[in-house]
Design a protein. Structure first.
Length: 438
């Protein structure tokens, strides 16, 4: 039967309807997606329902949940070209060919431009790959192809807003995000894009004001609640200081509880490392974080996760763990298969970024600069957002200051202040630099 997007979709009417609702809820980052997905996947004929479950496992960014999602999907004999195309994407992604999976999604969306599963998976994969151009262009093409009357249509503006932000077009990103939120107040991804705009421009108080004004829309359980709280903590670090940032960390990012998601550990490590660069002690938080990462040896699956594990081990002072992980990353970088996306990310920027942090923790600030400076404009290759990768940009600046490389440090400070003229952190580094230069 045809679904509401005009696409032939296998399954009984209840399963197809549930699949449509699951995808709509995923665009909104709302947890009810899982209930709809369970209904869709329970129909043995609804192959795309089971495939969407596999995609969600892969979107966790961890090898374990990805493998579990594939196991739940089971064996599928594609009934048509669209199902076969999705199956090829999933198999490539699961095999570690993330870039190849992205290209296969390009082909799929060329043939079926209104496919919401492909768009959703593609947007998340583009984020994992740090591909800002595709983060913008996939939603832009969807806006041309989709029916504007479809209830999910406003969410496309939210997707586009994030891509525009990652490309540095902040006015257009803010306009697209606000357009999405006006039509769909529950669109926490559009809010997320707007928050990123404010972060990148150093508008921290505006960010806190936005989140407080919209708390009713994002303060409940959804897939971005922890990450949104992380953004609130980053803003608070600039406006209110480390005590408030740590309080938000413990209350809403990670309280040290069991079985956190990798994305939770990423946010925790990114925030605590920023505090460490400022000389703020985090106590036992580092030990708990290091222990959690130590349980997750993914075998060089995703450099972005491993890089945050290096932050955690270095923050805890467990440098033997950090060195062992960097050695495993180096072994992963040596993988000769050109379709091993993670190996390419490690070779080009991930491994130097890890070594730069380790050298910083060892007190060798000149080596830290030597590792980080050549790749500072290449960090997007290992995924994530500009805001997340700023942990390495800050490390480079602090290392340059401590190494006495005042000329290079001034270049870095000037670049930050050009983007974030009101940023207290950047202004503090300028004051520190001026003191060193006297």
């Amino acid at each position: 039967m045809k679904d509401r997007f005009g696409l032939e979709t296998r399954g009984d009417p209840e399963a197809v309807s549930a699949l449509e609702q699951a995808v709509g809820a995923l665009f909104a980052m709302q947890p009810e997606a899982m209930g709809f997905l369970k209904t869709a996947a329970s129909d043995p004929d609804c192959a795309l329902g089971r495939m969407l479950g596999a995609y969600l496992g892969l979107m966790s960014s961890e090898r374990g949940p990805g493998a579990a999602g594939l196991a739940r999907m089971g064996e599928i004999a594609p009934a048509d070209a669209r199902e076969a195309a999705h199956l090829a994407v999933i198999r490539a992604w699961a095999a570690g060919d993330w870039a190849g999976a992205s290209r296969r999604l390009d082909d799929l969306l060329e043939t079926w431009p209104t496919d919401p599963i492909a768009l959703n998976a593609g947007h998340q994969l583009d984020f994992f790959l740090g591909d800002a151009a595709r983060l913008r262009s996939r939603p832009a093409k969807a806006l041309e192809a989709w029916d504007p009357a479809d209830p999910a249509y406003p969410y496309l503006h939210g997707l586009q807003a994030f891509g525009l932000e990652e490309l540095g077009d902040y006015p257009a990103a803010e306009a697209a995000a606000r357009r999405a939120l006006e039509a769909a107040p529950r669109d926490v991804w559009a809010q997320h894009a707007l928050v990123h705009v404010l972060e990148m421009q150093g508008r921290s108080q505006a960010g806190l004001d936005l989140l407080e004004a919209r708390r009713a829309d994002w303060g409940h359980d959804h897939f971005l609640k922890v990450h949104t709280s992380w953004h609130a903590a980053l803003f608070a670090l600039e406006t209110d200081g480390p005590e408030r940032a740590l309080a938000l960390h413990d209350a809403a990012v990670w309280d040290g509880g069991p079985d956190p998601l990798a994305m939770t550990l990423i946010d925790s490590a990114g925030l605590l490392w920023r505090l460490k660069l400022d000389g703020v002690e985090a106590g036992g938080r580092w030990d708990r974080l290091s222990d959690e990462w130590a349980l997750r040896d993914e075998g060089a699956w995703y450099a972005f996760n491993d890089l945050h594990a290096v932050l955690a081990h270095c923050g805890a002072g467990r440098l033997d763990r950090a060195r062992a992980l960097v050695d495993r990353m180096a072994a992963g970088a040596a993988h000769p298969d050109p379709s091993a996306t993670n190996a390419q990310a490690l070779r080009s920027a991930g491994l130097p970024a890890a070594r730069g942090v380790l050298a910083f923790a060892e007190g060798d600030f000149e080596a830290s600069v030597a590792f980080l400076a050549p790749v500072r404009r290449l960090l997007s290759v290992f995924g994530g957002s500009h805001a997340q990768r700023d942990a390495w940009q800050r490390t480079l600046l602090v290392a340059a200051l401590r190494a006495g490389e005042t000329g290079f440090a001034r270049v870095l400070v000037d670049e930050r202040l050009a983007e974030r003229p009101e940023s207290p952190w950047s202004r503090a580094r300028l004051t520190e630099l001026d003191a060193l230069s006297r």
